[in-house]
Design a protein around this ligand. Sequence first.
Ligand code: UDP
Length: 327
Amino acid sequence: MKTALVTGAAGFMGSHLTDRLVAEGWQVWAVDNLATGSWDNLDPAYRERGVVTALEWDVTRDLSPEALRAAGLEHLDLVVHLASAASPVHYRRLALETLWVNSKGTGNALEVARAYGARFLLGSTSEAYGDPEVSPQPETYWGHVNPVGPRACYDESKRFGEALTMEYVRQYGLDARILRFFNCYGPRMQVGDGRVVPNFVSQALQGEPLTVYGDGSQTRSFCYVSDEVEAIWRIANAPGLAGEIFNVGNPEERTILDFARAVAAVAGVELKVTYRPLPPDDPTNRCPDISKARRLLGWEPVVSLEEGLAATFAYFRALPAVGGRQG
Ligand code: UDP
């Protein structure tokens, strides 16, 4: 049976990826320190069936080939390193933890892949491009990043993780691939996570105005989580991609104000907005060039914003803290 180790498996993206791996017949070793994730995101039946082994470990401190061998892991085909706070609110709160998980934690995850002879996927980010001066951003763009600003704990540690990963490819011949995720959304995002999608969706459900930061003219490109998981799956399974970097995101770019309109329309409510100050170093634009993924993987997003938001609303509506307060 194929076996994967997923760091951050109790988080938003990690839990969706675990669902996919289990559905494809894989065994999953799920590592998470629950800093921002929850085991509730994983179906309890997985552990009962013995297809998921959940380890409450801190990737920065606890993850090593020796610890995994002691826990009974004999064979590993794939390591997917997703552990990190990803919301600007969380990574500011956990700034040092974020720096360490994306640097030392990435080193630990790489060592596991090397020791077991496994393929390695690094979950990186469009934040590696900073506030881009090129649009859309191709993988070859080096970025425009403030190395000492409030977002640097995330941007710069992800960039370090990319550099480290590439040295494992060059020096050890590790079969590692890098994925730069653009804004992703869907069920299992947390209500208080601070990102624009959970904020707008829970505000719309509670009849509150949507909090637009700045004048709302900054752009983002929103990709539904099942599309991102499909990209991860293809990048994990295609041969001959060692050292390759892929943008994973939806190339449909829109302003935050336009996104607020779309959220209100899907919620069936009149758009009400309150403006709040723009956080420092908030990127003015972000849009992936996905021609490489189209060409090499035959991948592109297929879920429309309306469909994706409808599924996200359904999830949030069912949460007692959000939907339960309605009506
Ligand atoms: N944003 C907003 N209102 C919110 C939360 C975020 O207008 O309640 C803006 C934020 O300033 C940024 C964009 O939405 O321009 C996306 O923010 P998010 O925190 O989701 O992720 P980012 O792309 O900045 O990492």
